[in-house]
Design a protein around this ligand. Structure first.
Ligand SMILES: [Fe+2]
Length: 209
């Protein structure tokens, strides 16, 4: 009870869970991946869906089974670890074997390329891994689920709780994991070097009792 007798409690409900991990020995992993990624890219036309406004090279519709390719097996294991950690953080009642990758694809951002706001609502968990993330490359923006509907005063400062969006600057070897409903986008890649990410959509298949 406060001194003035006015009992009050401030809580922040309905959090937006995000896991940011750094994969160990990512230099070696990314070196291996580069060869595989170059091979995929040389063999695969741009699979950018027509509905996308953005300009980016993606295998989203042209090769979404990278997790079944031998050259991506180490990354696939890391994806499973990252998604398992995320699920543990949420206290999901599941064994890690119940997690599976349904689709896994490549995204390459050249100069001025970007990604519009979207989500992966058909999947409970999404993971992004950065195989190449040069300094000052395109940022990942995570958007508040309330951004379009809440009434809020003018932005008051960096300590404000109700942010509309949060920026994550990718680093080589970084993995970001979040729920598939969370909307996200990528800013324009304003450098000449390419930013390369591999994304994975997970399913959760609960074991029968
Ligand atoms: Fe995405």
């Amino acid at each position: 009870m406060s001194e003035d007798g006015f009992d009050r409690t401030f809580t922040e409900l309905f959090p937006t869970p995000v896991l940011v991990a750094r994969v160990p020995d990512h230099e070696t992993l990314n070196k291996e991946l580069k060869r595989e990624i170059d091979a995929v890219r040389n063999a695969t036309p741009n699979g950018r869906p027509e509905a996308w406004s953005c300009d980016v090279y993606t295998t989203f519709h042209s090769n979404f089974s990278l997790h079944h390719q031998a050259g991506f097996s180490r990354l696939t294991s890391r994806f499973m670890e990252g998604a398992t950690e995320f699920a543990k953080g949420l206290s999901y009642p599941m064994h890690e074997n119940d997690l599976s990758i349904e689709v896994c694809w490549l995204n390459i951002y050249g100069r001025n390329q970007w990604q519009e706001r979207h989500n992966h609502s058909a999947h409970p968990i999404v993971a992004i891994y950065y195989a190449a993330a040069p300094p000052n490359c395109s940022s990942l923006i995570l958007h508040s689920e309330h951004a379009d509907t809440m009434l809020r005063p003018q932005y008051l400062g960096s300590d404000q709780v109700d942010h509309l969006s949060i920026k994550i600057d990718p680093e080589p070897g970084m993995m970001v994991v979040f729920n598939g409903h969370l909307r996200h986008s990528c800013t324009a890649n304003n450098i000449d070097e390419e930013r390369i990410s591999v994304s994975a959509n997970f399913n959760i298949n609960l074991k029968p009792e």
